[in-house]
Write a protein of this length. Structure first.
Ligand SMILES: O=C(O)[C@H](O)[C@@H](O)[C@H](O)[C@H](O)COP(=O)(O)O
Length: 259
């Protein structure tokens, strides 16, 4: 059975307010990690929801660009499509367009998943990159300071899709996951690694996600069908950053206790 978790459910009237809250969480987590440990390691998701967040972080009119200690941030991805970084579907391309091309994050601090390579090769290379960057030994796994997740309307998160082999991957840090429902391969962090994050947050917007959020956080535990249910951080804490539409079928209140 999954470990208990207390969910902090932060609901905002509009998607722009959710994005600003996500940018604040990113900036404050990075600053705290640098203060405490001298560096910050963050893993971000792709898709469409985080685009505005990354644009806010790079916007000189916002407080984040000047306040984030970019040189002490090591940036990773939660997952990537198996495409070249120049392709429209590339999570790296989206992040580069919205943020990386506009902020003083050193190139060597940007840890791109190499979607252009054979999926298994790309997964192995990324796992090696993580092991080297985190200076891991033996079976040690990484503890990211922040992991920012999205959720598909099918209940997937990262590239952990319903009824795919990636859900069974416990030991690795990074996997290549075949996703038959999309007739594609993806590269993804595994769910035990995500659960080791110091701060783990879902950023979810839109009424179209209301039903899946209700199923994931109030329905029976069936992670093969709703892989986002696998996300039960070891810290015992999980944050939801939602707009009113996405939250519309969740219980009222700012805390959800999952036993
Ligand atoms: O590569 C990806 O697509 C993401 O990492 C994926 O897990 C995403 O977070 C969800 O599919 C939600 O995507 P939207 O934000 O576009 O709804």
């Amino acid at each position: 059975m999954p470990r208990p978790v207390t969910i902090t459910n932060r609901v905002f009237p509009t998607s722009s307010e959710v994005a600003f809250a996500a940018a604040e969480l990113f900036a404050s987590t990075v600053a705290a990690a640098v203060e405490e440990r001298g560096l910050a390691r963050v893993a971000i998701s792709g898709g469409s929801t985080p685009k505005v967040v990354f644009a806010l972080l790079a916007d000189p009119a916002q407080p984040f660009l000047a306040s984030i200690p970019w040189a002490k941030l090591q940036l990773f991805w939660v997952d990537e499509r198996c495409v070249a970084p120049t392709e429209p579907d590339s999570n790296y391309r989206m992040t580069n367009e919205q943020m990386l091309s506009k902020v003083p994050l050193p190139a060597e601090n940007i840890h791109r998943m190499e979607g252009e390579l054979d999926p298994e090769v790309a997964a192995a290379r990324y796992e090696s990159d993580i092991r080297n960057t985190f200076k891991l030994e033996g079976a040690e796994t990484p503890t990211f300071d922040l992991i920012l997740l999205g959720m598909g309307d099918d209940g997937h998160t990262a590239s952990l899709f319903p009824h795919t082999e990636g859900l069974d991957a416990i030991a690795p840090i990074v996997i290549a996951n075949h996703v038959p429902q999309k007739d594609t391969w993806r590269i993804s962090l595994t769910w035990p690694v995500i659960n080791q994050g110091r701060e783990v947050a879902f950023l979810i917007e839109g009424a179209a996600k209301a039903d899946v959020l209700h199923a994931v956080f109030t329905g029976p535990y069936q992670p093969e069908t709703y892989p986002s249910q696998l996300i039960r951080p070891a810290s015992g804490r999980l944050t939801l950053l939602l707009d009113a539409g996405a939250a519309s079928k969740l219980p009222a209140g700012d805390t959800i206790r999952l036993s």
